[in-house]
Design a protein. Sequence first.
Length: 478
Amino acid sequence: MAIHPPEPFRIKMVESIKLLDRKAREAAIRRAGYNLFGLRSEEIFIDLLTDSGTNAMSQTQWAAMLEGDESYAGARSYFRLAEAIEEIFGFSYFLPCHQGRAAEHILSTCLVKPGQYIPSNTHFDTTDANIRARGGHPVNLVIDEACDPKLRHPFKGNMDIHKLRIFIEKVGVKRIPLGMITVTNNAGGGQPVSLENLRAVSETYKEFGIPFFIDACRFAENAYFIKLRESGYAAKSPLEISREMFALADGAIVSAKKDGLVNIGGFIAMNDEALFEQARNELILQEGFPTYGGLAGRDLEAIAIGLREVLQEDYLRYRLGQTTYLAECLLQLNIPIVEPPGAHAVYIDAELLLPHIPQDQFPGQALAVQIYLEGGIRTVELGSLAFAYPDTETDQIVYPQLELVRLALPRRVYTQSHLNYVAEVIEETAARREQIPGYRLTYAPKLLRHFTAQLKPLKQAKFFSETTKLTALSSSDQ
């Protein structure tokens, strides 16, 4: 196995974690309605549910938080964040907000009307839901290569320009209030987007007069992939590449809980003054005054530091190396994953691993539940539970092309021994794959159902402990 870069930091503080016994894990997942979002944090041994807001902050960030200015308006912490955003993103205007979905909410409220369409490579769940909540239609136009998990394409997050042009001409510019792209492409396996593709997307949107916004939660990771994989960028810094990326767009929405290296926060940025004024009024209604946007001054300080720290090459080298290490461990165990691995997560191909479970029985959720039962590891399903939806014209369920389980790695949190344990648990789970049952929904809201849905197994999993078998049987379908 290749040598991967060690952590470019030392650990100053630790948090105790505990592995519950098998019976306690079985009781916990039943109580949660077989939804891992419903588990309590103390019931988790290793938490790979998300890399959003689960980061460990640096000593510089913690020190800066003590200097946070908590003035309601005009706090100096706001202007420190403004300097960092100007340096990296270069847009004329920005508004802080409490997290990425708040930025999505503001953008959708300002621009999206019923019956309109918003194209992207692949919208992630909250972006998709914010568009749908306003009667809009999110449209995914990622390249076909993204749908082949085994294909090692360097930029599987790229948008298909031919599909985009056909779509715009078919729907008409008047029904497309904005166009988007997500970097990296989270729903498609955390795959990066090339600068060549970003440039082509930008030119296409501009040709038709469509405002272009980047969903830039993992902008630094995407920039580092460009440095490593795209011709002509090896000598450029992640900061230089980031500035080139954002110069192509009219604005961006950012969850700083990812590549801001913080636990809360985000922002929306743009060049259009009229849109800024509209967004500012919406922010005041929903989030707070424009110089704090629902955040404490100490949060603004931490984001300003984190946005710069995330662009350090030794950190990015370690970040990609850690994910690659886990991916290589799983591949050696013949666990099917999305290849090549992205930076923030490894994605298991649940449909290939569990071919006996059809999409309407949620193979990804079934695998995620079983991984927790096997070793106390929390992951997240990104498949039919998260992304299937009813077609408004045919009333048929539209299923996603990929049934994935995401193992998202919090930044600067877990070590190599943790990842070794994760691989061992997944190996044990895969060894019993034929015994894993499908699931059915017992409750689900209309939007973002995977957060709060309740499920039941369709048959008894044979490797539940015998002492809890009768209890499990009474709550499942036979």
